[in-house]
Design a protein around this ligand. Structure first.
Ligand code: SAM
Length: 268
């Protein structure tokens, strides 16, 4: 598997941290996925590819809905977690190790491609979208869920970028809703939903622990929080509960459909 520097950094980070992503992790709550895919019949989405599956919370949920699921990631240790979770929940899926930006599947192989809380690590969102488009059949669906920042809050976006980078240097960048919409449209999708909803994160100690943030970087993040600009305070609802720092992050959901291939005109 040939990986670029960004992909290698993510692989190293998640190989190291895989044990923190089991069934007690907040990603185990898949209500965001349920809400995004509410109303679809399994037959409309089958088979499914879950890219950057992590410990498999999305993939296992989809398999539990009766879909034939391939769960893919660059990190072997995360894929072991996925297999463990699938076995605990009594569902079957297959795992596959490859980067999001280069998919080893034939054109039109899937009815659904999902990617949750991972795209901000990718070396190229446009390559991921182009590959997702290629492996979906015409009319197939793409669901992306990720951290984000509102389009009209550049100071808050820059602030969370610095916080995330210090917390986990394998972080790339969150895209705003209009950036996702433009990139998905350019890749050949019709976007049916692209919006942020506030998501309450556990406290900051949890945030550091799951990424094994160094002491020096923790200090810098706490300093950034202490001195956060007004716009970041507003967007991230920065506050304290029982003496602990709490925050709500904008979580973006993108739902998009691969454009049907235009039929050539019938010759008369
Ligand atoms: C937070 S976890 C994903 C959570 C998971 N999608 C869920 O719903 O529970 C992020 C995952 O992205 C993977 N990842 C990061 N960059 C990647 C890339 N370029 N290609 C494939 N996987 C990647 C990491 O290895 C990690 O397992």
């Amino acid at each position: 598997m040939n990986l670029d520097e960004t992909q290698r950094a993510a692989q190293a980070q998640f190989d190291r941290q895989a044990a923190s992503y089991g069934s007690t992790h907040i990603l185990n709550d898949v209500s965001d996925v349920e809400s995004a895919l509410h109303g679809f019949a399994a037959s409309e989405l089958d088979p499914a590819l879950d890219i950057a599956t992590g410990a498999g919370h999305t993939a296992v949920h989809l398999a539990g809905r009766g879909l034939d699921v391939t769960a893919a990631d660059v990190s072997a240790a995360m894929l072991e977690q996925t297999e463990r979770l699938a076995s605990e929940r009594g569902v079957r899926l297959r795992t596959s190790r490859h980067p999001a930006e280069e998919l080893p599947y034939a054109d039109g192989s899937f009815g659904l491609v999902t990617c949750r809380v991972a795209a901000h690590h990718f070396s190229s969102a446009p390559s991921f979208l182009a590959e997702a488009h290629r492996v979906l059949r015409p009319g197939g669906w793409l669901m992306v869920i990720d951290g984000s920042a509102p389009d009209d809050a550049p100071e808050a976006e820059e602030w969370i970028h610095r916080v995330e980078k210090l917390r986990d240097p394998s972080h790339g960048r969150f895209l705003t809703p209009s950036q996702w919409r433009a990139a998905a449209t350019a890749a050949g999708f019709d976007v049916t939903r692209c919006e942020c909803t506030p998501f309450k994160q556990p406290d900051v100690e949890w945030y550091f622990r799951t990424a094994a943030t160094s002491d020096a970087n923790r200090t810098q993040v706490l300093d950034l929080i202490e001195n956060a600009p007004e716009e970041a305070r507003r967007v991230f609802h920065l506050g304290r509960e029982d003496g602990r720092i709490v925050w709500w992050w904008p979580r973006l959901t993108l739902l998009a459909q691969r454009r049907e291939v235009a039929k050539p005109p019938v010759e008369t």
